[in-house]
Design a protein around this ligand. Structure first.
Ligand SMILES: [Zn+2]
Length: 152
């Protein structure tokens, strides 16, 4: 499939720059447009949109903030720990957007599964439908997100 030119440019930048070293694409050989399409269709198959997921992630981050770095039990079997970090990260897409380096860790004690994300991850999911590439330390697998965030 032909890629839109802006995504093509962005992908080139992501792979070439030191942003790649920070792990946005990991070692995923797929084109950026393909990664996004496949993750969004997987989400749709599960009955969710990127907006649902980002809203839920933001809600958990906001609840977890009250713990000031210690775990907050937000629901039965679900604890959220938020670590605030100084500084901001810029979204790699070509628009103005800076995001705090806050890291949110969600732990489900019933299944002993956990997930973590930064404020930038929430933005990448909600705005760009980008869950990051396979092999990236920040990759958020759509099926796992749904399973952990919605207790399915
Ligand atoms: Zn952005």
């Amino acid at each position: 499939m032909k890629k839109p030119p802006d995504l093509q440019r962005l992908e080139k930048m992501l792979r070439a720059s030191r942003l790649a070293a920070k792990g946005f694409l990991g070692n995923d050989p797929r084109a950026l447009s393909e990664i996004i399409e496949q993750d969004l269709s997987e989400l749709a198959r599960l009955g969710y949109t990127k907006e649902h997921i980002a809203t839920r992630m933001q809600e958990l981050t906001d609840l977890g903030r009250h713990g000031l770095g210690t775990p907050v039990t937000v629901e039965e079997d679900m604890a959220v720990t938020v670590d605030e970090h100084r500084g901001q990260i810029v979204c790699p897409w070509p628009h103005a957007g800076r995001y705090a380096k806050t890291v949110t860790l969600v732990h489900r004690s019933d299944t002993d599964e956990q997930l973590c994300w930064s404020d930038l991850s929430i933005h990448l999911v909600g705005r760009h439908g980008f869950f990051q590439g396979r092999g990236s330390p920040f990759r958020l697998d759509p099926a796992q997100l749904v399973r952990i965030l919605y207790r399915t």
